[in-house]
Design a protein around this ligand. Structure first.
Ligand code: 5GP
Length: 176
């Protein structure tokens, strides 16, 4: 395991992202929608740095990849909030292929929010295939598998305070 981002580095960057959100949504009351399970720590840290009025909700999905880059996304837990006419911010731990985020975007768009923004802590820019721009990106990283700060390997290692690259490991099939 090699450390990519220390606890201190993450804390500094999360505060910067929150400051941007505070400025961009001043006078509004966005709903932050966290994507379970991976985003729970990022969400907890981010939301405590947000000083404007806001709400928090969660959605849970699971993706299963086939032999190619295509895959299917399943909704395991929907949001509870009514997002029609609201400003929403999707809070994700990592955008890899973009499959999950594309699915979420089209699903949430269907409910008629006023605006949809995306905040992701990590972005594998070189492999992601997105049909839209990400609004708030913590760190752009290479395609290597990473763990810690909410991100798992076979549901473990979410509790690590930093973010680490796993060497010589295959990507887990279970997402989130
Ligand atoms: P995507 O649909 O963009 O390929 O993948 C998004 C989901 O896959 C993330 O929410 C995350 O759960 C999982 N994922 C993608 N890359 C990584 C990684 O490097 N480490 C971990 N732990 N999960 C990842």
């Amino acid at each position: 395991m090699r450390e990519l981002f220390s606890e201190q580095t993450i804390e500094t960057r999360v505060k910067q992202l929150a400051a941007e959100i505070n400025a961009d949504f001043a006078g509004k009351a966005p709903i932050l929608i966290g994507v379970l399970n991976g985003s729970f720590i990022f969400m907890a840290d981010l939301v405590r740095e947000i000083s404007i009025e806001c709400e928090v909700d969660f959605i849970k999905i699971s993706s299963y990849e086939g032999t190619s880059s295509q895959g299917t996304v399943h909704l395991l837990k929907d949001i509870s909030a009514d997002i029609t006419g609201r400003d929403i911010i999707i809070v994700e731990d990592i955008v890899d292929s973009g499959l999950t985020m594309n699915f979420l975007m089209s699903r949430l768009e269907g409910a008629g929010p006023t605006t949809i923004s995306v905040a992701t802590l990590l972005f594998k820019k070189e492999v992601a295939r997105l049909t839209f721009e990400l609004d708030y990106v913590g760190f752009t990283i290479s395609k290597d598998y990473v763990v810690g700060y909410g991100l798992d390997f076979d549901q473990k290692m979410r509790n690590l305070k930093g973010i680490y690259r796993l060497d010589g490991q295959k990507k887990s099939e279970e997402k989130g």
